[in-house]
Design a protein around this ligand. Structure first.
Ligand code: FES
Length: 347
C-alpha cells in the first residue's frame, strides 16, 4: 500500500502530498521558488534545502549530495532538492535565500533604430460598404464579400465563415476585411484599417522581450519583457533544459506551456500599455536560439544534447497560429468578428 506523504515548504508554508517526485520537482509543481540550474541532475548544487522537521523516511543521501554538502552539511539536515524524496510520513523543508530563484533586474530595451519597413506588410486591410441583400440580389454572404473584394481572394477559413452572417448584419454591412496576402483572415465591423499590428518576440534563455509593432510604419508601439523565470526553474542553461524536456513528453509540454504563458502575458501587458486590443494583432514573429525554438513549438530538443548546432530539421518557417503550441486559443485574440487566424513566423 502506498504511504501517505506530505511535504511542507517554508517559508511559503505550502504543503504538497506526493512520494513519487523529488523535492525539487514538488517545489516546481507548486510554483515554489527553488533553483535548479542543472535541471535536477545533481551537478550544480544550487538546490540546497534544509530538512527542519521530519516524521517519516527520506531516501539515503546520494553520492552527488555527499560531494556538494559533505558529511557535516548532511548531519545538519541539508540535502539537495533534486536528489531527495520523502518516502513516507511528513516532512518540513526550509528553502534558504541563496537557493531561491531571485528576481533579476533585466533590460528590455535594445537598440531602437528607425528602420523603414523593407516590404509592404503581408497583412492588409480594406474597408467595405457591402450592398444589402434584396429580392434582385440574393447572393450568399460569402459571395457578396468576395465580389466586393473584386479580386482573386481566397475563400475564408471555416471559422471565419461561421461568424460571417452575424458579423455583416450586426455591422450593417459596413466592415473591414483583413487579408494575409490574398486570404481573408478577418472580417470585423466598421473601419479599422488603421489598426494593423504585429508582435515581435525575442525568446532568450534568460529573458523574453516582446514588441508590439505597427505593421504599417514598422514602429514599436509598446514593449514588455520578463525573465524566462519559469524555464529557469527547470535549468539555468539550455543544456539543463534539454535534459529536463527530454525526460518525458509531459516535461516538454510543461516547458512549452511556460513560454507560451509568458508570451501571452507580455502581449497582454503591451496591449494594456498602448490601449490596443489584442484582436488587432495579425502577425507574430519569434527569434531565439534553436533550443528555445524547439521548446516554443513543442518539438523535442533532445538531439541538441550531442549536436549543439545541428537543428532537428526545423528551419525558418511560417506557421498558422494553431501549430505554434499549446491550446490554439491560448494565443490572444478571437474578439468580435475577428477570427482566430493569424500567422506566426519563426526565424
Ligand atoms: S544539483 Fe539539484 S538542481 Fe542542480
Amino acid at each position: 500500500m502506498e504511504e501517505h506523504v506530505t511535504v511542507t515548504f517554508e517559508p511559503e508554508g505550502k504543503t504538497v502530498a506526493d512520494s513519487s517526485h523529488t523535492l525539487l520537482e514538488l517545489a516546481q509543481g507548486a510554483n515554489i521558488s527553488l533553483r535548479g540550474e542543472c535541471g535536477g541532475t545533481g551537478v550544480c548544487g544550487k538546490c540546497k534545502i534544509k530538512i527542519v522537521k521530519r516524521n517519516g523516511l527520506l531516501n539515503e543521501p546520494t553520492e552527488k549530495e555527499r560531494e556538494h554538502l559533505n558529511e557535516t552539511g548532511i548531519a545538519e539536515g541539508y540535502r539537495l532538492g533534486c536528489q531527495t524524496k520523502v518516502v513516507s510520513g511528513k516532512c518540513t523543508v526550509y528553502i534558504p535565500p541563496e537557493s531561491r530563484t531571485g528576481k533579476r533586474v533585466i533590460s528590455g530595451i535594445g537598440l531602437d533604430e528607425e528602420v523603414p519597413p523593407l516590404a509592404p506588410p503581408a497583412v492588409t486591410k480594406v474597408h467595405l460598404h457591402l450592398a444589402r441583400p434584396a429580392f434582385d440580389d440574393t447572393r450568399p454572404d460569402q459571395k457578396r464579400l468576395m465580389d466586393a473584394l473584386n479580386e482573386n481572394a481566397e475563400i475564408p477559413p471555416l471559422h471565419s465563415l461561421a461568424r460571417l452572417p452575424e458579423t455583416l448584419r450586426k455591422a450593417d454591412w459596413d466592415v473591414t476585411v483583413a487579408r494575409w496576402k490574398n486570404r481573408v483572415i478577418s472580417v470585423g465591423p466598421g473601419d479599422t484599417t488603421k489598426d494593423l499590428f504585429g508582435i515581435a518576440v525575442d525568446i532568450g534563455s534568460s529573458k523574453v522581450i516582446c514588441h508590439l509593432v505597427s505593421l504599417e510604419s514598422g514602429k514599436t508601439i509598446a514593449r514588455a519583457h520578463a525573465e524566462n523565470p519559469p524555464q529557469i526553474m527547470y535549468g539555468e542553461d539550455v543544456v539543463s533544459r534539454i535534459t529536463y524536456a527530454s525526460k518525458s513528453p509531459e516535461h516538454l509540454e510543461k516547458l512549452q506551456k511556460l513560454v507560451v504563458d509568458t508570451i501571452n502575458s507580455l502581449i497582454e501587458t503591451a496591449c494594456k500599455k498602448s490601449g490596443i486590443s489584442p484582436d488587432r494583432i495579425y502577425e507574430m514573429v519569434f527569434v531565439g536560439n534553436t533550443v528555445m525554438h524547439h521548446l516554443l513549438l513543442g518539438v523535442s530538443p533532445e538531439i541538441h544534447r550531442c549536436r549543439s548546432v545541428h537543428s532537428g530539421g526545423w528551419i525558418t518557417g511560417e506557421f498558422p497560429r494553431k501549430r505554434s503550441g499549446g491550446d490554439p486559443d491560448e494565443w490572444r485574440g478571437d474578439g468580435d468578428g475577428h477570427p482566430p487566424y493569424r500567422r506566426v513566423y519563426r526565424v
